[in-house]
Design a protein around this ligand. Structure first.
Ligand SMILES: Cc1ncc(COP(=O)(O)O)c(C=O)c1O
Length: 386
């Protein structure tokens, strides 16, 4: 656990999250404690650092490919099997520079311009923009906010999903599993209901499982491929969030259907996306092969941080019940307008939370706070909030 108690300064490391010019552009004020972008302030696993150093020592960083690295694919597959009990055959795995890139390629592969892609708002902003960029329309299946005894949480509106899925224009459901920003880890019962709806109406499912490894101890993430025996899905995974290597441009798209997989790779090629990153490949291999114990400790630490927030957050802020991720989602609508929310967090407290508007319908009156940082720092932040 000591590993997560301190972190090096991220100043002068080209960090997007800490960049004052980016913060100025995106949030307004410049000198905020950055609590917005979803990367962690922790060092990544020692095995990953070692692997990257070793690769750097080689000294040649030419165009790279994972085509001949069967071992890497085996590690990706074994990770899914051992941690999630899902058998992924290695030929199903394709490289992609990022999960959002994969969504873009898949929407192009499966839709005609003007088709609909169902998204469950509030959700990660690029879900909507990437669909627009692919000349399709995002169709809102608004999540239901439930007031539980220990705080609000989201449920899917299955009745509305059935209606949207029944429209033949709507070809895809883009699922965020687990959800960002809601922090829900969808249950077998919920996913089965979604699966049955999608089967009834032949809706393809893209399941973005980038947060799938970061669930709290005691919870279970169910990969889509485990409960859907058809080939009408794609699952997107990545070492980026799990091991804090999002700058290394490496993710994996799992597609069982060979024809679609070939199409995905062709579209990737035509979109001129980045080729494999040599550091990303060795980082992914080391992480999946060696960093399972590190991840177990990280998850304990993150849950501890979430509980810290839960214990100390003032009454005017309603923290959502969450089952995973390091992104606290909070209802701050009692503060009033977005101007008032900005004044409270940015101007008076210098805390760079992400405004809920970025997450689409239902996000207004909310903020998201990234708590993947040392507990000592989080305590200081919570003192400022109180
Ligand atoms: C749900 C979700 N999908 C995708 C991404 C981004 O993935 P990538 O950087 O691999 O495109 C994020 C980043 O926060 C995310 O939360």
């Amino acid at each position: 656990m000591g590993y997560f108690n301190s972190c090096p300064s991220r100043e002068h490391s080209h960090s997007f999250k800490y960049s004052s010019s980016i913060m100025k552009k995106k949030l307004g004020p410049q000198n905020l404690q950055p609590l917005w972008v979803a990367d962690m302030d922790f060092l990544c696993p020692p095995a990953v650092i070692e692997a990257v150093k070793e690769r750097a020592a080689h000294g040649i960083f030419g165009y790279s490919t994972m085509a001949d690295d069967g071992e890497l694919l085996e590690h990706v597959s074994t990770w899914q099997k051992l941690r999630l009990d899902w058998q992924v055959d290695t030929p199903w795995i394709s490289y992609s520079p990022g999960v959002v890139n994969s969504i873009y390629y898949l929407v192009q592969a499966l839709c005609e311009p003007g088709d609909g892609v169902i998204v469950q708002n509030p959700v990660y902003g690029p879900f909507r923009s990437v669909i627009k960029d692919a000349k399709c329309n995002w169709i809102n299946n608004q999540m239901l906010k439930i007031q539980g005894p220990r705080g609000p949480y989201y449920q899917m509106d299955l009745e509305d999903l059935e209606k949207k899925a029944a429209d033949p224009k709507n070809k895809i459901l883009l699922l965020c599993s687990p959800s960002n920003p809601g922090g829900r880890v969808w249950t077998m019962e919920e996913l089965t209901a979604v699966r049955d709806i999608c089967h009834r109406h032949e809706v393809f499912v893209i399941s973005d499982e980038i947060h799938g490894d970061l669930i709290f101890p005691g919870e279970r993430h169910i990969p889509w491929g485990l409960m859907d025996s058809t080939e009408n899905w794609a699952v997107l995974i990545s070492p980026s969030k799990t091991f804090n290597v999002p700058g290394l441009g490496t993710s994996f798209c799992i597609i069982k259907n060979k024809k679609l997989r070939d199409q995905f790779n062709l579209i990737k090629y035509h979109n001129h996306g980045a080729m494999e990153n040599p550091f990303g490949l060795v980082a992914a291999k080391a992480a999946y092969a060696k960093a399972s114990p590190w991840l177990n400790e990280l998850k304990e630490y993150l849950k501890g941080n979430y509980e810290l927030i839960d214990r100390s957050i003032p009454d005017n802020i309603k923290l959502y019940r969450q089952e995973g991720s390091y992104l606290a989602w909070m209802d701050v609508s009692s503060m009033g307008s977005v101007k008032k929310i900005k004044e409270y967090f940015y101007e008076q407290r210098s805390l760079g939370v992400q405004l809920g508007e970025d997450f689409g319908p239902g996000g207004e009156g909310h903020v998201r706070l990234n708590f993947a940082l040392p507990s000592r720092v989080l305590k200081e932040i919570l003192k400022r909030i109180n």
